[in-house]
Design a protein around this ligand. Structure first.
Ligand code: HXC
Length: 518
């Protein structure tokens, strides 16, 4: 007795159809010629060999009419299932542009939503590849409803499992909101675009000429809108980014991140760190040089690299412990916190807190960005997001004040009073309500008005103020910082702090949810 051969043949033929998206070799070759992988190749190259268990390979479309009666849409235009990446289970969703343009019909949507719902119960990160012409026009309102289900699952998964979106083709209209609801967005440099309204709609509605490369490409999103966190050269590069990103993340909010603790702490000084601080207070420090010396070799992944470059954020390991780094970059906009930098920092901090990743803050900040556009644009509301994000944190917060720490921006950047557990200051720190030049004009207004040589008096008073506040000892004496340390001691002091904070547990009174400024 053996199973009938025709049954096995039927299964093999069905599988083959799904594996090729029902396409001819020519169509696949044309795609390769564009430098793109197929939806299935994306999945197989992403997960460990042989680890993918697909769900719903045989699902077909639910279109009535439009000549679809005799048409098959392989998998209804999307591949979904569970696979392993470096041995860790992940949920993968990959829209298949070769099947009716990856358009989203009701079954396609259900497949995506079900995969995400399962990810929430299993605690597996979600990786979703977007390559779709959007709502399947022939299914009408059913496909819109499908989007609703997808968005809802994105929201239910938020904070439970990490969600990574890859924009690997068109992602138009409301479809862009699924990636926007996810934690990290990677976009292919070529052959992809993401927008709510395309050039024709913009032209019809407003009369404006809006070429795609000005608002929809990876470059536009990574530098201007901030919708995209990483730009990938091609599919292969995107897969590398996804793997590197996952290497820093826990699979879900109940796990610790994948620390690689060494059995002994390397408590070594790093004299080179002392060399990084420019002697002249007006020369900006390059925070990348600090990060490079602070983190373990090859253990740094910058997030949102080309957006709001006055704020640097990224994942790293310090003596094996996974951390999120949040740093002012004085080389861009003097390190001021503006609207975009606020949004960038706040969302990164919230992600770290949700997924148990300690935050190391490197502070050199002259203040929130002054300017009419900033005030009118809502720097109050946006800056408040940074305050809110830090104050909400229950993960360990270690802060290093390197130089300037002025005013509200000092408080915002992981200060002790906002919840910082350990706050170190270098001897070059200036912790003050504002810079000496501005402060002297205000507090010595009367003296300056009556001074015979106003300029000389002003210089003297500025120096007097600077002498009082250009050192961290007033803050140290008040107990608002933990310690003053040499830059050379930073790496081991931070590593030691992170180790000692690993057992940190905070319980807050239950509430439905807080209300972060938006
Ligand atoms: C049904 C679609 C489709 C769609 C593409 N196709 N988009 N089918 N519904 N939305 C099909 C095409 O008919 C074609 O089918 C195949 O996919 C490939 O499309 P082409 O146009 O030949 O490919 P290309 O020239 O590369 O252009 C790709 C494209 C274009 C730029 C994506 O197809 C396009 O503009 N599509 C419409 C985009 C759109 O307006 N979508 C609706 C967005 S609104 P065959 O059978 O010939 O292979 C939306 C609302 C969501 O999504 C709201 C959520 C709340």
């Amino acid at each position: 007795m053996a199973i009938k051969k025709e049954l096995l043949d039927q299964l093999a033929s069905r599988r083959q159809k799904a594996l090729t998206s029902g396409c001819t070799e020519d169509k696949i070759a044309a795609r390769h010629a564009k430098g793109l992988l197929t939806a299935r190749e994306r999945v197989t190259q992403l997960v460990d060999e042989g680890s993918f268990q697909e769900t719903g390979m045989h699902i077909n479309h639910d279109v009535r009419g439009f000549g679809f009666e005799n048409k098959d849409l392989a998998g209804d235009g999307v591949i979904a299932g569970l696979g392993n990446i470096n041995g860790r289970p992940v949920t993968v969703i990959s829209q298949d542009f070769m099947v009716s343009g990856g358009s989203l019909g009701s079954r396609h949507a259900k497949k995506m939503a079900d995969a995400m719902a399962q990810a929430c119960t299993l605690g597996t990160p979600i990786i979703s590849v977007n390559d779709s012409g959007g709502a399947r026009i022939q299914e009408g309102v059913k496909s819109l409803a499908g989007y609703g289900q997808v968005f809802r699952q994105n929201v239910l998964a938020s904070g439970l499992v990490p969600q990574i979106a890859l924009i690997a083709g068109p992602c138009a209209g409301g479809a862009a909101y699924s990636p926007a609801l996810m934690d990290f967005c990677i976009q292919l440099k070529n052959n992809s675009n993401m927008f709510i309204c395309g050039p024709e709609v913009i032209k019809a509605a407003t009369g404006q000429e809006a070429p795609l490369d000005q608002f929809a490409t990876a470059n536009a999103h990574a530098t201007v809108s901030g919708n995209v966190h990483f730009v990938a050269e091609d599919d292969k590069h995107a897969i590398e980014i996804i793997k590197k990103l996952l290497s820093f993340l826990p699979s879900n909010n109940l796990q610790d991140p994948p620390n690689r603790l060494s059995s002994e702490l390397a408590l070594e000084r790093d004299e080179g760190m002392n060399e990084i601080v420019p002697e002249d207070g007006k020369t900006p420090l390059d925070v990348y040089q600090v990060i490079e010396r602070l983190v373990d070799a090859n253990e740094w992944l910058e997030v949102h690299k080309n957006f709001a470059m006055n704020m640097v954020v990224g994942f790293a390991r310090i003596d094996g412990i996974v951390v999120g780094i949040v740093a002012n970059q004085p080389k861009a906009k003097a390190g001021c916190i503006d609207i975009d930098a606020s949004d960038k920092a706040a969302s990164f901090i919230m992600f770290c807190n949700a997924f148990n990743i300690p935050i190391v803050t490197l502070m050199d900040v002259p203040g929130f960005m002054p300017g009419l556009a900033q005030e009118r644009g809502g720097i109050i509301r946006h800056g408040a997001k940074v305050l809110y994000a830090y104050a909400t944190c229950t993960v360990p917060l270690v802060t290093v004040i390197m130089r300037k720490a002025y005013g509200g921006a000092y408080i915002a950047m992981g200060s002790k009073d906002l919840g910082g557990d350990v706050v170190f200051a270098w001897p070059s720190s200036e912790i003050a309500v504002m810079g000496a030049e501005g402060a002297a004009k205000i507090i010595y207004k009367k003296e300056l008005e009556t001074a015979t040589d106003r300029d000389a008096k002003y210089k003297e008073l500025v120096e007097d103020y600077r002498e009082k506040f250009s050192k961290p000892y007033q803050a140290a004496e008040s107990g608002i910082i933990t310690d003053v340390i040499e830059p050379a001691e930073t790496r081991f002091k931070v590593a030691l702090a992170l180790r000692s904070l690993m057992t940190k547990r905070v319980t807050r009174p239950p509430k439905k949810h807080g209300l972060s400024p938006l």
